[in-house]
Every structure is written in C-alpha cells, then in structure tokens.
Design a binder for this molecule. Structure first.
Ligand code: ZN
Length: 426
C-alpha cells in the first residue's frame, strides 16, 4: 500500500468540490509535469504530451516515440468529474418564518438523506461581466454556509420506518435568519469574488460537505470521502498519466474526464457528445493521420471506462449477487452485464485481466443481481460512439451516491498500478 497515493487522493478530492475544480486541478498538474496545454478552439501542435480542458472536462494524451498512421491505436482511460449533489437555482433567494433559504435542484441520483444535517460549503463557477466581455471564474467557499436541517423525531414519530423527502419542499438549505431580498445570493457571490453585484451574470454553483476526507478503521484499512464516485477513478487515471514512462510505439495513451455522467451524459461535455471522437481525430491529425487511417485506428483501440463498483455490504448481503461479491482492498473490479449496462465483453475483460497480472495487482469480477436494475457508466456510451472495444472497471466502494462514501485504503494504489500498465501500451 502506498500511503502517499491515498493521501494524495484525499487531498485531491478535498481540493475538487465541483467538476470545474477537478478539471482545473487535473490540468494544472499535467501542465506542471510537461504536458503542453491547448484550448479546444486552438490548433493542437505536434507534441509528445498534450492537455486540453474546458468546463468540467479534460482530455490529455501521451504519444509513443514513433507513430505510424497505418498502425496507430489508442489506449484510453475514461472517467467522470461530476458527482450527485444539490445545485443552486438561478433565482434561489427565499425567506420564510424568519429563515433565509436557498432553492436547490437535485443533480443526479442523490441519496437525499445523506445531505441532511451536514455543514455545507459552496463551489462551482461564476460568469461575470468585465470590460471586454464575459469571464468565467472558479469559485469556492469552504466554510460552513448552509445546512439542510432534519425534522426532529418528536415531530415525525414514524421517521425510522421510512424517511420520505420531497425534493421541492424538504431540501432547501437554511443559510441564515432574517429577511432575504431578491439578489441576496448574487450579492454574496459578488462579495466572494470581489466584483459589483451587477457584474455577476450567472453561475453553476453547488453544495459540498465540508468534513475533510479521512483514513478510517481499526487498522486504517478504509477511507471516507465525498465524491469517491468518480474522483477516485479520475485521480488514478491522472496519476498514471502524470507518471507515465515511454509509451509503446504507434500508441497514443489518452485520459478523458467527462462531465454530466450522473445525469445521462447527454451534453456538450458528456460522453454522448462528439467531444472524445473529435479529440481523438485531432490528436491523430497531429501525426498526419488521414480520416481513413483514423477510422482504422479506432478498430485497433481499447478504452477502459473507470467508475465506482459496489462492494458487498455486510448489512445488506441479499442485495448482492452471491457469486460476484466484490470486496474493499480486493483490487480493480471488472464489471460485466449481459444487457450491456457495462460495456465489458470477454475480449476486453481478458485484456484487462492480463494488464492487472502484469501490474501485479489482484482483480475481481462484478455482476449485478439478475432481479435488480443495473446502473450504467460512460462505457457503453463510449463503445457506441466510437465503435471501440471497452472494458468497465473500477474500485469497490460502499455508499455510492451518498454525500460521503467509503473505500478501501489499498484500492487507489491498485487502480493506479493497473492504469499505469494499461497506458504504457506495451
Ligand atoms: Zn460514477
């Protein structure tokens, strides 16, 4: 176990409360180790190491020392920067019975109860008007500002028989007392950023739990953090690409971090958009690859879709498939579903198993209970978009989509080692 890898993951999660922060931090780290940064609208010049980022997405590539366009192949690791949470509405200000509150929308498949009675901060991005046009600024306030207060048990004696939360009426966080006027939240953002109220045009701002990520357990075998799904995969892919040695000949190793996976990936920065296929073609184009050579390259390529996996839960064993119970600290999990909710097939599974063997890490296999609806990932979407072989993998975790999730302390290092081996492409 590398404690430093786990420490680095926990610090990275805490520094990345929104997808925009995750993308910003990943890009800054890659730039600092020699990746040449380009804008999505710029010409991407020939370079051995490239990173492109906008919004909540990052695409980064490391090229083999020699690329023959007729033999080109991609080795891609895909993950996502977004996590389920509560997001601030455009007209959020309300006051009722002496409380100041903010209106929120539920983003993705949130375990709503996990957001109750937590001290929450705010983060995201804000668009401000400046002299020459509009400017997008990263924003975070990492201090206790908000709280979704739970109803006392004396006022709901049956609550422990099944908590019911109405998304419209029960989730509005309290953020003060007194009256609030329209524009209160805008004014708060303006103060935080240091501009006039009228200069704040719009925002993508969300709540985050302020409890620091931590190592946990009798022998430190566990860790607890927000956004493990899917910042743990982003961090493993990012660390692997940062520390990559020589890449195999004719190989371009690509990390793609999408946004909007938790809401179905259908956006300009989600996996259903043209972002990845355009980027791959442009990366190949920096090595004089023509369209026909690019399309052939896709057929030689493989993508690892990295996302969380469900560890067997000791209190809910009946929710798990008895022969596919994956465990914390058991190494990367290959996820398989006959109905292609995961994109893994026999060939891509076999390839990833050999990657793990070469990396010296254990590997597990997950199948969902046949009588439960299975979740999905960017895996099948990427396979369908690119016509490429994909394997769905990830580290096991508990409490997926809670405001605070839990993983095994050894798994970050296992996933990192497997992805490093995969990226090397040898
Ligand atoms: Zn996920």
């Amino acid at each position: 176990m590398s404690e430093s890898r786990l420490d680095s993951l926990l610090a990275w999660i805490d520094a990345s409360p929104s997808p925009y922060h995750a993308a910003h931090n990943a890009t800054a780290e890659l730039s600092s180790v020699g990746f040449n940064r380009f804008g999505p609208d710029e010409k991407w010049e020939e370079s051995d190491r490239v990173v492109v980022s906008w919004g909540g997405v990052v695409i980064a590539a490391a090229f083999g020392s020699r690329i023959d366009p007729d033999r080109l192949r991609f080795r891609i690791v895909g993950a996502h920067t977004d996590s389920p949470n509560l997001r601030i509405k455009p007209n959020p200000d309300s006051h009722k019975l002496g409380y100041r509150q903010l209106g929120v929308e539920v983003y993705g498949g949130v375990l709503l109860n996990s957001w109750l009675d937590r001290d929450l901060g705010l983060s995201g991005r804000v668009v401000v008007r400046d002299g020459s046009g509009n400017q997008t600024l990263l924003f975070s306030a990492n201090r206790p500002l908000l709280r979704v207060a739970q109803l006392a048990i004396h006022l709901d004696r049956e609550v422990n028989e099944g908590l019911k939360l109405d998304r419209q009426s029960h989730l509005a966080p309290i953020w003060g007392l007194g009256t609030s006027n329209d524009g209160d939240f805008r004014s708060f953002l303006a103060d935080e950023i240091g501009v006039n109220d009228s200069e704040v045009l719009s925002w993508d701002v969300m709540c985050h739990d302020l409890t620091p990520s931590t190592v946990l357990g009798r022998d430190n075998e566990l860790y607890a953090a927000p956004r493990i799904d899917n910042l743990a995969s982003c961090h493993a892919a990012l660390s692997a690409l940062q520390q990559i040695g020589p890449v195999g000949e004719d190989t371009i190793s690509v990390m793609v971090l999408f946004d909007h996976e938790e809401v179905g990936s259908e956006s300009s920065t989600g996996a259903k958009g043209p972002m990845l296929s355009s980027a791959l073609e442009r990366l190949a184009g920096t090595r004089s690859t023509n369209r026909e050579q690019f399309l052939r390259a896709l057929n030689r390529s493989i993508c690892v879709s990295a996302d969380g996996a469900h560890a067997v839960h000791p209190n809910y064993v009946d929710r798990h498939e008895p022969e596919h119970q994956v465990v914390l600290n058991g190494g990367p999990v290959i996820k398989i579903n006959a109905n292609v909710r995961y994109a893994t097939d026999a060939e891509s599974s076999a390839l990833f198993q050999s990657v793990c063997r070469s990396a010296g890490v254990p590997v597990q296999q997950y199948a969902h209970r046949t009588n439960l609806l299975c979740g999905s990932t960017i895996g099948p979407i990427t396979a369908a978009q690119l016509g490429m072989s994909v394997v769905d993998v990830g580290s096991a975790q508990l409490s997926m989509h809670s405001a605070r999730e839990m993983g095994g302390s050894k798994d970050p290092d296992y996933l990192f080692s497997a992805l490093t081996e995969f990226f090397a492409g040898t």
